[in-house]
Design a protein around this ligand. Sequence first.
Ligand SMILES: [Zn+2]
Length: 242
Amino acid sequence: MLSALASHGQLAPYNQEHTWLMEELTHSFTYQAAPLPPNDFVDNTDDTWLKWTTVSNYHFGKDRGDLTMIADLSALHPYFRDQIIQLIKTCKAKGITLAVVESFRTSSKQNEYKSMGEKYTRSKGGRSKHQYGLAIDLVPIVDSVAQWHNKALWKRVGIVGEQLGLRWGGRWRHLYDPGHFEWTGGLSMTQLANGEQPSFPNANKYPCLEEDLNLLKKYWNAWENEQATISRKEATTATQLQ
Ligand SMILES: [Zn+2]
């Protein structure tokens, strides 16, 4: 290292400083996984959850807050996921391209939306189907632009979703939410919160359902932990600034 720097003659000290600065900068971007809770995790080498597709704020032209949005279909309940894949495919066949804005959502993210006001959500953390992998937000894309205000297009998407047995947020009078689809197999929010699992047709097509759900819960917890840590950090910084 020293000899390489020495060969640059006069510029060596600058080069070295530059290298340090670059290293420091690179480190500041390096992903730091949050410490894992002691009991929920036996295998902490499984970082599948970190590889889930995510979406950053304003990616689809809208303010969706600071915490990262998880947009991976793997983050959904297996049965609901298959219905959503079908929805995306059917729309594609009709010439409508759908993008995933958000699938699973942590309580921290939900609370962030809650803090952003009524037009985002009326549910606090734990009270949204997104936290159970049973809801998704989608948006149709035309010429690379998200079609948030194209009511006619939303309606076409919504009808396909309803034909698949999904509940469509485009029917809601308060907080019209046309990008939102959910399914609970008839379970109430309280039942979901109590850990009840929805039943669905052709359950025999999902022989590994229980293992899949356990794994999903592990990954969801990892995200919960990760985003709770970020929220706490932000809250501390905000307090310090006051
Ligand atoms: Zn939603």
